[in-house]
Design a protein around this ligand. Structure first.
Ligand code: AMP
Ligand code: TRP
Length: 331
């Protein structure tokens, strides 16, 4: 059976981008068709300035939202990264296989490091080494497929490279994984800045639809989305990024095709109205379930505890094998 692994970082409230780019497929497809693990990758949230209480709160919230989005602990494994030591254990070995140059080439590192420096802050070393930890997340579980949004494909490629290199140098140890992206909405853009990704830790609140936004807030954000000059509704990601983003969101909500949908609209206003309603309807069941789950935190905690136990058992043999292969004495 195909093994699937993916994760979400508790650095902010989860967004429509997280849902359409990743979580929805985890719930609708992956957990039914594969042996799947989904992880709240809390160690990754420590790579940038953080507040401990906030990370704790967001980790709980992310886990609750994964279940609210439809992940079923009977079908898949849901857990928190820091509960399974194997991730950090393997990460160090992968740092010994990766090079400084390939880490520095990561687009996300370059962008985030530049932003930190602009603010006059310092860049944590863990921001640079983060892809080694992400590779460890993936490789520890003999993962075949990593369902992620487009922004993560470079990191998954690096995980592939590290797996191949390790296997070549030290003998076959890791399954070589591949990234899978959704057909539409693999990169949901910020509604106010449609040439930038809708990222949960960005400062631009009005351009980001959060999964827990009230319906009226969602409507307001979508109706105020920046559209392009011109009148016609055409699907052109380069030339008309604002309209293309709305068409992709609507197509993803309805299971349609953005190009085809564009023909059905005469005005930007009508497109915005339908998109807003489609997003409200998409989020409604997730929000309802989230409310129910919040009333039962012990249930969520139980799921995470059982998930970590299962995950630990799966990761241990592969990580132990890597320790032996690389030349470390068995304990
Ligand atoms: P992160 O929020 O960075 O932890 O991302 C969790 C998952 O959501 C990853 O698979 C990302 O690729 C995906 N994701 C995050 N933001 C977006 C977006 N704006 N569009 C599509 N996918 C996204
Ligand atoms: N780096 C990913 C992100 O920012 C989150 C992540 C960490 C992840 N480890 C992973 C995703 C392993 C897939 C597989 O979105």
């Amino acid at each position: 059976m195909t093994r699937v692994f993916s994760g979400v970082k508790p650095t902010g409230h989860l967004t429509l981008g997280n849902y359409l780019g990743a979580m929805r497929r985890w719930a609708e497809v992956d957990q039914h068709q594969a042996d799947a693990l989904f992880c709240v990758v809390d160690l990754h949230a420590l790579t940038v300035d953080h507040d401990p209480a906030r990370v704790r709160r967001l980790s709980r919230q992310a886990a609750t939202l994964l279940l609210a989005a439809g992940l079923d602990p009977q079908l898949c494994t849901v857990f928190v990264q820091s509960h399974v030591d194997e991730h950090a254990r393997l990460s160090y070995l992968l740092e010994c296989v990766a090079t400084d140059g390939e880490m520095r080439r990561m687009i996300q590192y370059k962008e985030k490091a530049a932003r930190e420096q602009q603010r006059g802050g310092s860049v944590r070393l863990s921001l640079l080494t983060y892809p080694a930890l992400m590779a460890a997340d993936i490789l520890a579980y003999d993962t075949d497929e990593v369902p992620v949004g487009e922004d993560q494909t470079q990191h998954v490629e690096l995980a592939r490279d590290l797996a191949v290199r390790f296997n070549h140098r030290y003998g076959h140890t890791f399954v070589v994984p591949r990234a899978t992206a959704p057909k539409v909405a693999a990169r949901v853009m910020n509604l106010q800045h449609p040439t930038s990704k809708m990222g949960k830790s960005d400062d631009s609140g009005p351009g980001i639809v959060y999964l827990l936004d009230e319906p009226d807030v969602v409507r307001k954000k979508v109706m105020r989305a920046v559209t392009d000059s011109g009148q016609e509704v055409v699907y052109d990601r380069q030339g008309r990024p604002g309209v293309a983003n709305l068409l992709e969101i609507l197509a993803a909500c309805e299971g349609g095709d953005p190009e085809q949908l564009s023909g059905a609209y005469e005005t930007y206003g009508a497109l915005k109205k339908d998109t807003a309603e489609a997003v409200v309807e998409l989020l409604r069941p997730v929000q309802e379930r989230h409310r129910e789950l919040c009333a039962d935190p012990a249930y969520v905690e139980g799921v995470l505890r059982a998930g970590a136990e299962k995950a630990r058992k799966m990761a241990r043999p592969t990580v132990d094998a890597a320790y032996r292969a690389i030349g470390l004495l068995p304990a």
